[in-house]
Design a protein around this ligand. Structure first.
Ligand code: FES
Ligand SMILES: [Fe+2]
Length: 389
């Protein structure tokens, strides 16, 4: 078992931040220091957040809370997704229970209408529409089967900062995704992905075995804008439930590469097969790495965990499997994924519930937490940077 933090030569790593950006020196720390605590309502604004699966957004307006703000999502007649603040500028009623009239949404309280840019176009019984009568409109991009919004000012939206989930659009991969509502702080859900030692316990009936916790070799690679955790279990039987579902026999090397980028974007690269460890030409140090053709399973998880409130989040994920997977088989795999993720939802919900009883409780740092800590630092630094600007 290893506990390694590697900052690649030439990378500035975490050394460039202001000293107050972390609670302690990130390298050379002892296990006696606690894990960094979360700030409940500190959200990065200038970033892309998954707001809804594409098929959730229809001509029936839908309300969702994102970054602590109510938004309403609907489609225009041309099919484009529109996302507005779900709070009428007249007397603050939600717009979402209102009806769509062509491409405008009518407030259900006194009938003001707003177009997809948030501009009020009609005040019943009044000729002039006040100039400042408008609600916030979000910059929207629809991609990877998901409607994304920019959390900051729409005019500053930067499409080059969209997460790269290229496999979703690649014909060499088969993709399927979905949405989960999780009643926990979004970084607790990120923690859950950055530290897969839970797999042997939370998921022992689905994708895990005790080996995941006891025998994994863990490396953490910290870069300036992302952190990657790599886990190997070598020459071991695959988890029994997983082996049965995928028809895998014999001993395998299993890798799990997990990458976090602020504010809440996580990509995973996982798979297994005989003699994968040390396969020539395959480094497995990045979520974008390739796997040998002889791997028995290769998958990539693309996930955005959008904060809802300080104690809840929206979990959007699209899983990609290498090669062509028949629809029926894909649905079976997805059903298993849903079962697995619901196990995470349950433990996270219970944990968040416990946090509420003592939000200031100290946390014990153990060897599996290196990636968790680095992700929390990156997220916090991004928020601090905006707060100082
Ligand atoms: S609150 Fe919306 S029209 Fe009055
Ligand atoms: Fe999990």
């Amino acid at each position: 078992m290893q506990r390694v933090l590697r900052v690649p030569t030439g990378a500035s790593g975490f050394g460039t931040g202001h000293a107050e950006d972390w609670n302690h020196q990130p390298e050379g720390r002892g296990f006696s220091e606690g894990l960094m605590k979360l700030r409940t309502h500190a959200f990065q604004r200038n970033a892309w957040y998954a707001a809804a699966m594409g098929d959730e957004v229809t001509r029936m307006p839908m309300r969702r809370i994102i970054l602590g703000d109510p938004v309403v999502l609907f489609r225009t007649r041309a099919g484009g997704a529109a996302v507005l603040e779900d709070r009428c500028c007249h007397r603050l009623s939600p717009l979402s229970p209102g009806q769509l009239i062509d491409d405008t949404i009518e407030c259900p309280y006194h009938g003001l209408c707003f177009d997809s840019e948030g501009v009020c176009t009609h005040v019943p019984g009044q000729v002039d529409v006040p100039e400042h009568a408008r609600v916030r409109a979000y910059a929207v991009v629809e991609r990877y089967g998901i409607v994304w919004i920019w959390g900051g000012q729409a005019a500053e939206a930067d499409v080059t900062r969209m997460p790269d989930w290229r496999w979703v659009e690649d014909e060499g991969w088969t993709a399927k995704g979905g949405y989960f509502s999780i009643p926990c702080h979004y970084m607790m859900s990120v923690d859950n992905l950055m530290d897969l030692s839970h797999v042997g316990y939370v998921h022992k009936t689905t994708i895990g075995s005790a080996l995941d916790g006891e025998e994994a070799e863990i490396d953490t690679f910290a870069e300036e804008d992302h952190v990657t955790v790599r886990r190997w279990t070598r020459n071991r039987p695959p988890p029994p439930a997983y082996a049965a579902k995928h028809g895998i026999e014999g001993l395998v090397d299993r890798w799990q590469v997990i990458e976090f980028r602020a504010p809440c974007h996580v990509r995973t690269f996982k798979g297994m097969g005989p003699n994968m460890y040390g396969a020539e030409g395959f480094e497995f140090t990045s979520a974008e790495a390739d796997a040998p053709a002889s791997a028995l399973t290769v998958s990539r998880g693309n996930t955005c965990i959008t904060p809802e409130t300080g104690t809840s989040c929206h979990y959007f994920t699209v899983h990609c499997h290498r090669g062509h997977v028949e629809k029926e088989r894909l649905n079976q795999i997805w059903a298993s994924t849903v079962e697995t993720l619901n196990q995470d939802v349950e433990i996270l919900a219970r944990t968040q519930e416990n946090v509420a009883y003592n939000p200031d409780a100290d946390l014990v740092f153990i060897h599996v937490d290196e990636g968790v800590e680095k992700a929390r630092q990156l997220a916090r630094m991004a928020v601090r940077k905006e707060e100082r600007a």
